[in-house]
Design a protein around this ligand. Structure first.
Ligand code: CA
Length: 250
């Protein structure tokens, strides 16, 4: 666990990733440091998923670290959109150069602390949650970009049927596609005792949200919390790679 003391907040954070019990390789990747948190869940044949997720993390990190510090609303929003575009182009370029990476893609979540706000954007079904330290309530800040989530939004599929839907894993958006529609860029004010969780679907497909909230309540230490979350996903089957990044406002 590392700590950063800024004039506004002190943050602590931790991240971990685990291959799980079924997959032979881990195609997730993450980055967590000094107010920038990124998570990507790659897909594609051979080792292409791994390449896509690490390229996404590297591109976003390099670009955003060259942009800070900035607190102008338009500049922050544009920087995040630009970061997503650059990551997408880098993946497409690599796929063009290496035939075996042709079908690769990845999800992406970026959470960026700028002043007293958390800015975030995402593509795909990796998620960002906010856990409120005073009410202990967990709320999801991102909408999955999946075919099923879109059918639910349009009223064609009932929300309670979504989790068992045969197409629940089909993404409607991911990086590595020439026609990528970037996600929304949003911002929320941060408060003392808030905790924010980035995670791949390896966590959310195994561990119900209520249990995620309980684990966060029971583990005030970030490192212990991320380890407990991954442990629980593996206890319930560990059918996918699980990655979690958690940061807490003191
Ligand atoms: Ca996954």
């Amino acid at each position: 666990m590392t700590e950063l003391t800024s004039p506004l907040f002190s943050l602590t954070w931790a991240g971990t990733t685990d291959v799980g019990h079924v997959r032979s390789i881990n195609e997730d990747a993450y980055y967590a440091d000094r107010g920038l948190f990124i998570l990507a869940d790659g897909m594609g044949g051979h080792t292409a998923g791994e390449v896509a997720s690490s390229l996404a993390i590297q591109s976003v990190r390099t670009f955003l670290e060259s942009q800070r510090p900035s607190s102008l609303t338009l500049a922050v929003e544009e920087s995040l959109l630009q970061a997503v575009r650059i990551a997408n182009e880098d993946i497409l370029k690599d796929a063009e150069q290496h035939e075996e990476h042709g079908d690769m893609g990845t999800t992406l979540v970026i959470a960026w602390v700028v002043g007293s706000y958390l800015w975030y954007t995402h593509v795909g079904d990796s998620r960002l949650y906010r856990w409120d330290g005073s009410s202990k309530v967990l709320s999801r800040l991102t909408e999955d970009h999946t075919l099923v989530a879109e059918l639910v939004a349009k009223g064609y599929v009932l929300p309670e049927a979504a989790e068992k839907h045969p197409y629940r894993n089909v993404l409607s958006r991911c990086l590595g596609r020439p026609d990528l529609k970037a996600g929304l860029v949003q911002k929320i004010p941060m408060h003392a005792q808030d905790r924010y969780l980035l995670c791949s679907d390896g966590l959310t497909k195994e561990v119900p949200e209520q249990e995620i909230a309980q684990i966060l309540s029971a583990n005030p230490n970030d490192q212990e919390a991320v380890e407990a979350l991954v442990h629980q996903a593996n206890e319930y089957g560990g059918r996918d790679n699980t990655t979690v990044v958690l940061f807490s406002i003191l």
